[in-house]
Design a protein around this ligand. Sequence first.
Ligand SMILES: Cc1ncc(COP(=O)(O)O)c(C=O)c1O
Length: 397
Amino acid sequence: MSGFHGLFIPGPTNLPFRVRQAMDVPLEDHRAPDFPAFTLPLFQDLKKVFKTEKGQVFVFPSSGTGGWESAIANTLSPGDGVLVSVFGQFSHLWADMCRRFGLAVDVIDTEWGEGAPAEEYQRRLEADKAHKIKAVLVCHNETATGVTSDVAAVRKALDAAKHPALLFVDGVSSIASIDFRMDEWGADVVVSGSQKGFMLPPGLAIVGVSQKALEAHKTARLPRCFFDYSDMIKTNKDGYFPYTPATTLLHGLRASLDMLFAEGLENVFKRHRRLADAVRRGVAAWGLTLCAKDPKWYSDTVSAVCVPKNFNSDDVIKTAYHRYQVSLGTGLSKVAGRVFRIGHLGHVNEIMVLQGLAGAEMALRDVGVPVEAGSGVGAAEEHIRATAPKLKLGKVA
Ligand SMILES: Cc1ncc(COP(=O)(O)O)c(C=O)c1O
């Protein structure tokens, strides 16, 4: 194959060349006297991405799923209640993990394609007079359906109900791509992973933890070992880890943070919004709909596109993969065969998005979905053109 295979799944995402280069280093002594000079600024800089001054960010050699586990095991006790709305595969899996930990899980069963229902959170929290619910879980960006929830509204629900539960947020496919304000929204454990907005290979769980969660950690009784926040605190304060860290990935993380700050976080969010808008216009021009039921839920990192009845989205995905070297995300669980997903997060730009749309568009036509040639790509192009910086061109003499 010549050229690059187009990676348009919602993570792992494309690696910037600079990040790849930064990881091309000899392995090193992670207990060396000068190692903290590298790690301490890294810990501080991660806090800027989570927008927390009061909290701490821990980096585990793991994936996002390990970050979920760290939240549960460190702050809760057997039998504790948790309240979670389930509206996609990832919110479902986190709720399932809570059950496996022996927690009492109160599920707000929400239609896939909708986001976290803040009013229902409030109603159930108000009904919990005995404060049996110890943690409220919300998936900020449900990657399976392309839905972004309003975390601030869930915070407000907790406050309105005067409920002391911790607020856990899954930010795996939002952090570093969609605005997230850990302190302002009073989030207590925020879980992310390296392979999405951080533009790194999989392998790190990056977890923001509030002081309130660290307080809860002191008396929480669920067993924990690998993900123990106390061990992290003890060693991180001097720039070290309780076990061998993924040093190579940490060098990639340094480069990724430098790139995010050079662009400016707010500009990173704007870029994601603009490219997502271009994708959404393309989808509309195809005459197709998103799994996200309302514009207020639209995700700026991933679009789950519904194929018309009588078509199988897996055929579109296979066709795009084999005929056009474009990877699209598959439909998971309840929406298997019904949606394909276009990931537009991390290291992406205008032309890359058009590549993904072109691959999807040709594949849709190949499998017989009545889509006009160039329609989606054309609509996206027009949005990109209309929103690109203006140039003043000189006249040719
Ligand atoms: C929203 C969300 N949460 C959690 C996970 C699980 O993360 P990981 O696969 O890194 O364990 C994913 C993975 O795609 C995700 O998209």
